[in-house]
Design a binder for this molecule. Structure first.
Ligand code: HPA
Ligand code: ZN
Length: 326
């Protein structure tokens, strides 16, 4: 089972999606906030989603108990301990600034808490990191422009910008001016595309946002020309198997298209997306996918190699990680 012990990178993980219910109740209590559930068990019973929106409604509700810099620190630290157990040596995480600033939490409170935790993670756990700020696509582009100056102000801590939240009805084209500005300012660009939305949204992520990586991207498989274009551009897909199962993007893990992606030459990687909500961290994703589609050791190694190659590490750092895998 090489995935367990091999060092790996995770490239698609929403830090707010690693909020375990036990910690959520603990933080709610210390902030004197009443969650609308009686217990951890009652909350977990809600984790039965038919689509992305049903998940997002619960996820944003969870975010609302995060108030102080220490709350954001504790959330990130809890994830880092899980990542360490799974032999993650590099992680590139998303956070959703607007889901906090819209509640009146200062941007600095959020980023400083996360940043301090990831710095400690690097020092104490040996896990390197990059932070990506995502825009909520269900909000107008102007709302993204409103928060953007804060992202620029913290450019020393934030490597890139992404696009997440409700996909269908919010195509990448809605955000092209904002992403053009971010590109001009030197940020890396990623976007969720083709999770629930059609192949056309993936084309837009390529052509209008000029992405450096595609988050999910499953629906590109509907369009052979798109697959060839993604392969030619050497763009990676950050695939999230347990998320795909829990949000009904696939009906059964046995039908997950990971092998089709690899067979087509797509640079697929394995990631946990929102592990506290979807039933597992990165090694659980490898474990369940492997038993569902019978991944070979070579395929697992290729997925892990891809995770470093597709990361935003320097060429020297990538080479170091890749040689450790050889
Ligand atoms: N998809 C889109 N937006 C998100 C997700 C996701 O899985 N998790 C948090 N925001
Ligand atoms: Zn995601």
């Amino acid at each position: 089972m090489p995935y367990k012990t091999l060092p790996k990178a995770e490239l698609h993980m929403h830090i707010e999606g690693s909020f375990e219910p036990e910690l959520m109740f603990q933080i709610a209590e210390r902030n004197d906030i009443q969650l609308p559930y009686e217990s951890v068990e009652a909350l977990k019973e809600k984790y039965d989603f038919n689509n992305l929106q049903e998940f997002l409604d619960i996820y944003y509700q969870g975010c609302a108990v995060l108030i102080t810099e220490q709350d954001f620190y504790d959330l990130a630290w809890a994830y880092l301990l899980k990542a360490k157990e799974d032999n993650v040596v590099h992680t590139e995480i998303f956070f959703d600034p607007q889901s906090h600033t819209d509640r009146g939490i200062a941007f600095d409170t959020v980023i400083n808490g996360f940043h301090r935790a990831f710095e400690d993670g690097q020092q104490q756990l040996g896990i390197s990191y990059r932070i990506i700020a995502c825009f909520l696509r269900h909000l107008p582009e102007q709302a993204g422009f409103d928060v953007y100056p804060d992202i620029v102000r913290h450019k020393d801590k934030i490597i890139g910008v992404g696009l997440d939240s409700s996909e269908v009805g919010h195509p990448p084209e809605k955000y092209q001016r904002l992403f053009a500005q971010a590109k001009k300012d030197g940020f890396k660009i990623v976007a969720h595309a083709g999770e629930e939305g059609p192949a056309e949204y993936v084309w837009q992520a390529l052509d209008l946002l000029d992405v450096d990586r595609i988050d999910h991207g499953n629906r590109c498989l509907d369009d052979a020309e798109l697959v060839n274009t993604i392969v030619d551009k050497d763009l990676a897909l950050t695939v999230c198997p347990l998320s795909n199962l829990k949000l009904c993007v696939v009906d059964d893990l046995k039908n997950h298209p990971i092998k089709i992606m690899l067979d087509n030459g797509l640079k697929a990687t394995i990631n946990s997306d929102d592990p506290a909500y979807f039933g597992g961290y990165i090694n659980d994703n490898f474990a369940q996918l492997q038993s569902a589609v019978n991944l070979s050791d070579d395929e697992i190694k290729a997925l892990i190699r891809n995770s470093f190659e597709a990361s935003f590490l320097s060429d020297e750092e990538k080479a170091k990680h890749l040689s450790a895998l050889a």
